[in-house]
Design a protein around this ligand. Structure first.
Ligand code: GDP
Ligand code: MG
Length: 377
């Protein structure tokens, strides 16, 4: 049983939001509206307020629609390469074979493997597709496209559901440790997260735990300046020492969120494991129950290599979630599904560009819509 009708209604709902022309009044306009309504009859206002309230309870408010539209647009832009590749491949396949056949299945399998969905996931997926084709007597490949999207969605939502929420401390600072190999986007992601949390009113501190690479401390400092957040770092001493001092300071100055950068050396698994153990010990000593999250950053464009990194890191430390960066730079957006199926860790954020605002909380519905909207109508 698929989610087919749900999928169709999800896509039409998203499409409606994407195409809405609602615009929120600017701050000035809002002020004017407020000043004017202040002068109106009180009874009239209260009636309107009640009506507004009733409307709001039923549907998303204009503000929520505009917010969601922005998110949909970010996913749209960030997943453009994957969408174009995937959709054009599937469309070509549909032109080549209008009816389902063994050759069709074989080429479909290739397309899915190329999209980095992961070989094991693809095999399982093909079994599901074949049995649905049989059971539902599907012959038309154009129709099958919709079933394919439906089944991909099922891969993600089925089975154990992985929480994409960030585990926040009950009191005191929430500590988020960022790990991953060199160049995947750890420091950039810390900058983007610092921005996100600072904008939501949290007091944020970033700690430069990557004391190994030249320039890494300075790079994080620049992000802290750009995002108006507090910075702690010292070059030339060991990571655990910096983290110790930084966390003391964060605790004393009432920080809400502490983001810790680390070096990404994976040449030697044992050494990295020891280093992360030491870091975790220090963190835990100053803030019990911390780190609240250990996020593994993976570059989406590295495909199966990224999956291997996730498996390795999972063995050496307690990873609580994945940040998938550079989705905008790859046509292999299927990696999200492989991570869920083959690594069993939740993707919590995705990087959709190099800018300060190009990080989104991972949302499977926006992701599926961003990838397949041109295929389903
Ligand atoms: N296009 C794109 N580039 C990214 C993204 N995240 C990081 N980068 C780039 O990846 C490069 C390495 O990032 P950095 O944060 O220094 O990686 P680190 O070594 O893991 O700390 C930089 O040039 C970033 O601008 C993303 O989501 N999209
Ligand atoms: Mg870095």
């Amino acid at each position: 049983m698929g989610l087919f009708s749900n999928l169709k209604s999800l896509f039409s709902k998203k499409k409606e939001i994407e195409e809405t022309s609602i615009e929120l009044p600017s701050n000035n306009e809002e002020k004017l509206i407020k000043e004017n309504t202040d002068k109106e009859e009180v009874s009239q206002i209260s009636e309107e307020v009640i009506e507004d309230k009733l409307d709001n309870e039923k549907e998303l408010s204009n503000k929520e629609i505009v917010e969601e539209k922005k998110v949909i647009e970010k996913y749209d832009k960030g997943l453009e390469k994957s969408r174009k590749e995937f959709v054009s491949n599937l469309s070509m396949l549909g032109i080549k074979y209008s009816k389902v056949s063994e050759e069709y299945f074989e080429e479909l399998e290739q397309i899915l493997i190329m999209a980095d969905i992961g070989v094991n996931t693809v095999f399982k997926f093909m079994d599901d597709i074949r049995s649905r084709v049989k059971k539902e007597n599907i012959v038309d490949t154009a129709y099958l496209n919709e079933v394919i999207v439906d089944e991909l969605f099922i891969i993600y939502v089925n089975g154990e559901s992985l929480s994409d929420k960030i585990n926040m401390a009950e009191s005191g600072p929430t500590v988020i440790l960022m790990v991953g190999v060199n160049g995947v986007g750890k420091t950039t992601t810390i900058g983007k997260l610092a921005n996100k949390y600072a904008l939501s009113g949290k007091k944020v501190m970033v700690i430069a735990g990557d004391t190994f690479r030249a320039g890494a401390v300075e790079q994080l400092k620049i992000w802290a300046e750009r995002t108006n957040t507090e910075f702690y770092g010292k070059e030339g001493i060991d990571p655990a020492g910096v983290i110790y001092d930084g966390l003391e300071q964060a605790k004393n100055n009432g920080s809400d969120i502490v983001l810790i950068d680390t070096a990404g050396r994976l040449q030697n698994k044992v050494n990295l494991m020891k280093e992360l153990e030491k870091i975790n010990k220090v963190i835990n000593k100053i803030i019990p129950k911390a780190p609240h999250e250990t996020l593994l950053v993976i570059d989406a464009s590295t495909g199966q290599n990224g999956i291997l990194q996730a498996k390795s890191f999972k063995e050496i430390t307690n990873i609580t979630g994945i940040v998938l960066t550079k989705m905008d730079g790859t046509a292999k957006g299927g990696i999200v599904l492989a991570i869920k199926e083959e690594v069993g860790l939740p993707v919590k954020f995705i990087g959709l560009g190099e800018g300060l605002n190009d990080l989104e909380t991972f949302d499977i519905e926006n992701y599926i819509y961003g990838l397949f909207k041109d295929l389903i109508n």
